[in-house]
Write a new protein. Structure first.
Lengths: 587, 587
């Protein structure tokens, strides 16, 4: 096996063209080995095998610097830069992250997991190189799907100003995560259809030099192309037509489902793990489909990740014009939702907590300054969400809840989530965001109300004394457990509060607590800093009430184990009860 | 005067072509009247007089809906929609804001003060119209300068998906606030030079229909053009070539200086108000020019607002390749700064607090996850900054200080600011942001240190007892005043602390305070929620220390008077001392 002998990129230069082709095949086998057992990004990696071999064959990494957008195509790069074992041998799977990672290798320049960043990041490398008078090649790799993102378009527009070596590889597999959306994709098609010769050319309109590679899975062509442009003295776009999922027929035929995969059976492509029971994705899609059927003014928006709320292809088709995928363009999505709400529509936009980060200014200016009644669903916003450092769902409370006018809700059960969602869609006074629960679909017997227009009214779920536990969203169930444990071990019943509203204090209720309570405990599923609990600490700052806030310490944990992270942050039932005993006098 | 008789748009339809030309001239006179006495956005308004008359002549506002980007060109629109008095008569100047404002008029659909939003906002109006089955025209107006912003490019890319009436007016005056930057401006020039006929066309590459209007200050042409496309059944870009500052020779000849103006003498164009003494803009530019001269790796970046740190044209030229204006593209700027730092450069990016809001995700992912040592200067981050609701500098602490890895510094004097800036540029461990002081250039005799690498070490500026005042950044001087007042009126000396670091707690110092203090007061120049003081309240939550946080309540104040806003928020020396007396026992 050639791959086993490659410990750094220059090792591939010893191989003949035919041997390189075998190497490509071995890389696909290694991808298949890891992905079928471990899961990960499938389609983009299979499509980019030849391009990445050719890049490392022609360029001299890490002196020449390659920056991968979103990292969905970086696995072959990892294999050629000393990390092959993580793809060949199961015992080494955990040696690497799913993204480029500068702590893993000197060949990785950034930790990247968000789309649309590579051109801008690489343009910084270019500028620094030029200031230092160095001469290496700087290469940004970006997929067609990522091009619709604002940061990528800003970078593309700026690139021509650099006037020195800068190679932008556009990996065009005619797909985003799902299908592409936006006018530029018509131009990419025209370019593919005309083999790069059509006169109207997005990249040239950005004042960039341009070449087209028709068969982006042909190694020799790619190697020749890269030799031609190596050491070029100005920015150039190399538009490469690749096939997503190349080499695995099942993936070639169903590109959307094979963008990313769970462990699967190689013969059939069937996932080895299946989820039983309900999940909020499907539940949300089904609720919205029903809602949209009944009300033609309701419209669901996503930004490139339709299945984050269960909108698989069939459900998108059923929703018709009431479903809008804006492509990877979160900023546009929030502004568009504001506009829809302004003109009497009822928009619901959903994305992951990590991606809503793209939209602070749009939430603030386009939506909340204008106070338009759009609904924003924030998904995987939890310590129980994605655990890669680039995809954490721990920051949305701090980011969003301090934006004026926004009503940010934290449901604690399935019934409460749908009641809040329905209220939000029907009301016309506030921009509302809802944190979709992420600790399983929990259906309990607690009554929920239908109307949330009496803002910042917390709910006492259990009246007790001495200790009040304010348990927000996903940590409500933890609050319930603490209540049981205190009752059992300490012999009294504490008060359990479901605050429901992240964006405001129920001052009357908090005042009232002073009568029978000595300490207020806050529990929140996100970072503490800038979050919910600190506001309660501030509220009680001049009183005798003790307050202890629980949440995750501001940090960027990477690939953490939930229980360990919670323990490190003192969020265990035992620790919390111990803390309470230390702070107040338990008789 | 025709203008005096116009109380709604349909009144202009009674005028003949010649009378409309007189109206245009009257609008310019009214602009001159207001702007020479009051100041405001000059160039874009003078250039767009004819376009806006023609829009209101042809379309039926507010049924047909016009959305203005950034609002820099919206004054003629305001005059034609019932608000002419605010331009004709000094006593009515305060009746209107400087931006479109939905509370002012049904002809304004959004409060807009940030660039690059109109296409996305208007596309929401389009979508809602289509869902409701309505038929009105929806028109987005955007300037060439705004086109480089990510949100605008996302919107432009998405627009073609709408497949129904949507008119995008590109007001091309070949200028941003300063000169344009980016490849697309070469394409706009090609389009202007070829009268819209060159085959490579950015808008067509986004799959949009396109027409060009060569003389964008010719009323008849504009009226005919708009009649031609009224009720069009698909999205179209109308590319209009206008002259920035049209009608005032001094402004035509010096477009950058006349983007925006202070009150001025109409004869000479000289400003009536001149600032004496130092300002942080010039000081920062001069410091950076000197720094760049000594070190070729230092590079200054701005995003469309070069003079926010004093980089006037001559200073930009002196800085040469070490000065980069990325155009309106804040996201790109942060990512590029991260890349520069990664490759050994020393980047300093500066923008306003209100515009840094564009970059939450880039700060988090591109910069801080990667922990690259870039310097970010945050300007007008203060209650003393801009006071329009769309330009407030009150939110950056809440937005930025909760991002892991970022070191956010709050200098309290000129010496401290430059010491921090110099340290930040020279260190290579942390992404650092600095809040440029905004309460005047204050030079005092306090010693400052040169090294800030011992993170989160607060400085006791005055040791006292009972009351500890933690006075952050611009509110440090308020802290000093409170100290004097307490000393004088209550007869004891409180402790005064300059925390310097916004992003962390000095736990040792806070512990130490417990010995001789009963209350900690925090003062911060921004919203309280998610800010600095709440963290201190949380720190002391389980102790007997009382904490009172002072700052601005989360809200969107508009055109406020500083002293009134401070008073409303309880931030006066008298009120604070009164509070202290209520909370603790003063012997």
């Amino acid at each position: 096996m050639y791959l086993e002998k490659i410990s750094e990129p220059k090792d591939i230069n010893k191989l003949s063209n035919d041997e390189l082709k075998v190497l490509a095949s071995e890389i696909r086998d290694a991808l298949m080995n890891r992905l079928s057992k471990h899961g990960g990004h499938f389609g983009p990696n299979f499509g980019m095998v030849e391009t990445i071999i050719a890049l490392h064959y022609v360029f001299n990494s890490p002196v020449d610097k390659i920056v991968y957008d979103v990292s969905h195509q970086s696995y072959p790069h990892k294999m050629l830069t000393g990390r092959k074992d993580a793809y060949l041998y199961e015992e080494h799977f955990e040696d690497v992250s799913g993204y480029t990672n500068s702590e893993e290798s000197e060949h990785d320049f950034f930790n990247v997991g968000h789309t649309s960043t590579s051109i801008s990041l690489a343009s910084g490398l270019v500028k620094a190189r030029d200031l230092k008078g160095d001469k290496e090649n700087i290469i940004a790799v970006i997929g067609d799907g990522s091009l619709s993102g604002g940061e990528a378009l800003e970078g593309l527009n700026f690139a021509s100003e650099l006037q020195s070596n800068f190679i932008i590889i556009v990996n065009d597999n005619d797909m985003s995560i799902a299908e592409n959306h936006g006018g530029l994709y018509k131009n990419l098609k025209e370019l593919r259809d005309s083999k790069g010769t059509c006169p109207c050319n997005l990249f040239k309109a950005m004042n960039l030099d341009y070449i087209y590679v028709e068969d982006g899975n042909d190694l020799e062509t790619l190697i020749h192309t890269f030799y031609d442009i190596k050491d070029i003295d100005h920015p150039i776009v190399v538009h490469i037509n690749t096939q997503k999922g190349k080499g695995y027929q099942i993936a070639e035929e169903n590109k959307e489902n094979w963008h990313w995969c769970m462990p699967f059976d190689v013969e059939t492509g069937k996932p080895k793990v299946t989820f039983e029971g309900e999940d909020y994705g499907n539940l949300t899609a089904d609720y919205l489909l029903d809602k949209m059927k009944k009300d033609s003014k309701v419209v669901t928006l996503v930004a490139g990740v339709p299945t984050n709320i269960g909108f698989t292809k069939d459900k998108r088709e059923r929703a018709g014009k009431q479903f809008v995928d804006v492509g990877i363009a979160e900023e546009h999505a929030i502004a568009m939702a504001s506009g829809i709400a302004k003109n009497g529509g009822k928009p619901v936009f959903a994305t992951h907590s990590s991606f809503i980060q793209r939209t602070y200014d749009q939430l603030s200016q386009d939506l909340c300054v204008n106070n338009n009644p759009a609904t924003i669903l924030v998904n995987t916003a939890s310590v129980y969400g994605m655990n890669d450092v680039t995809h954490l769902g721990l920051y949305d409370i701090a980011m969003m809840s301090n934006i004026p006018n926004l009503v940010y809700l934290a449901p604690t059960s399935k019934e409460e989530y749908f009641a809040m969602l329905d209220w939000s869609i029907e009301q016309d006074k506030y921009p509302v965001a809802i944190r979709i629960p992420c600790n399983g679909v929990i259906s309990d017997n607690r009554k929920v109300q239908n109307d949330y227009s009496n803002l910042n009214k917390y709910k006492i779920e259990k009246q007790g004394s001495k200790v009040a536990i304010v348990a927000l969203g996903d940590f409500y169930q933890l609050g319930e457990q603490i209540v049981s444990e205190i009752k059992e071990k300490l012999g009294f019943v504490p008060t359990l509060i479901n605050p429901r509203y992240i964006t405001g204090l129920d001052k009357n209720l908090l005042e009232e607590l002073k009568k029978e309570h000595e300490i207020v405990i806050t529990l929140e599923d996100g970072i503490l800093e800038g979050g919910f609990g600190e506001k309660i600490a501030s509220f009680y700052g001049t009183t005798n009430m003790k307050v202890k806030n629980y949440g995750i310490k501001k940090s960027f944990p990477d690939r953490y184990v939930v229980d360990e992270l919670l323990k490190e942050n003192g969020i265990t039932i035992d620790k919390i009860i111990e803390d309470i005993k230390e702070i107040i006098d338990i008789k």
